[in-house]
Design a binder for this molecule. Structure first.
Ligand SMILES: [Zn+2]
Length: 336
């Protein structure tokens, strides 16, 4: 399928001078070439060109396969096994898969869903919303951490089922609206997005927000923090939930790791800033868009036997340790 992409179209492959038109070419030197040889030459040349193209395409395909393998590993495509949805605290629920996270925040004037998983995760997310006793049609706002296929891919399905309005940061909006394309993604993977292997159905982005904006649905209020690095538009969210009369600060962190296949020049500076921003946010409860990072399973299991299940999710020390680890990765130059 990758043969449909012409590498020259992207200006990456320099075309070598045609050997026949090269005056220094040995082919030019013999004056005794037969007419047959002359006639055969363009054909031989075509074969050489074709062989070169075949080698080039093979190299590109292998590179693409290696990168897809690393991508899938980094994004843990295996992390979409269905798991039971559960209440984290107050009106804040987990509705994602075993690793690819999604969250529901409910309210009297409509609900908010944060992240859509892969396109194939979306039906599980909808089943989880129903299992918790809520109606997908009451979801009024869709939000996103970042637009890679494991978090942005299912938003279109959720949008079609709910009619909800999708809000995104500028950089994420461009990517979501193009079905996952992103100029920062390396070429072989971008090519796979263009031909539909890695992309997803384009989402309708209804609103773009700026860093620091608050999105409201009735009493629900989520503040957007563009914590760029993993992607340019990576968005962390802070909001308040109530456990009885106890107000709790929640931070949903966008992935802080850097993928080898998604790099851009300002990435280092963005990550420095993101670490500072995340440190400045008060967090009683913290989550990320990959559930393994915040201990979803461990905390959920602990909550089933706790006197107050919410206490199992209160983890400000874990939040600080997570940011410390993100900063250490940044200092070490670690790339996934
Ligand atoms: Zn990602």
């Amino acid at each position: 399928m990758i043969t449909e992409i012409s590498p020259n179209a992207h200006g990456l492959i320099k075309t070598e001078p045609h050997p026949v038109s090269d005056p220094s070419s040995p082919h030019r030197q013999g004056a005794d070439r037969t007419g047959e040889e002359e006639a055969r030459e363009p054909m031989l040349h075509n074969i050489t060109q074709r062989r070169r193209l075949a080698v080039l395409l093979a190299v590109l395909s292998i590179a693409a396969l290696v990168l897809v393998g690393r991508w899938l590993n980094a994004t843990k495509v295996g992390g979409q096994q269905p798991v039971e949805p559960f209440r984290i605290a107050g009106n804040f629920y987990y509705i994602g898969a075993n690793d690819v996270a999604a969250f529901l925040i409910t309210g009297p004037e409509g609900h908010v869903v944060l992240d859509g998983g892969y396109p194939s995760t979306a039906p599980m997310i909808m089943a989880s919303i129903a299992k918790l006793g809520f109606n997908i049609k009451d979801v009024k706002v869709l939000l996103n951490s970042e637009p890679h296929p494991d978090h942005g891919g299912g938003l279109t399905v959720l949008q079609q089922a709910s009619g909800a309005q999708l809000w995104a940061s500028d950089a994420s909006a461009d990517s979501l609206a193009s079905g996952g394309d992103d100029p920062d993604i390396v070429l072989p993977l971008r090519a796979l997005i263009w031909i539909g292997v890695l992309g997803y159905p384009a989402a309708r982005v209804d609103h773009r927000f700026k860093d620091g904006d608050t999105i409201r649905v009735g009493p629900i209020a989520l503040t957007a923090h563009v914590t760029a690095g993993h992607t340019r538009g990576c968005t962390s969210w802070s909001f308040l939930v109530r456990d009885g009369d106890r107000p709790l600060n929640v931070v949903s962190v966008c992935d802080t790791g850097v993928l080898a296949m998604s790099r851009y020049p300002e990435q280092g500076a963005d990550r420095e800033r993101s670490v500072r921003v995340l440190r400045s946010l008060p967090a009683d409860i913290w989550v990320t868009n990959h559930a393994r990072m915040w201990g979803r399973y461990r905390k959920f299991v602990a909550s089933t036997t706790a006197k107050n299940p919410v206490d199992s999710f209160i983890d400000p020390d874990g939040y600080r340790a997570f940011i410390d680890a993100a900063e250490a990765e940044l200092r070490q130059g670690r790339v996934h």
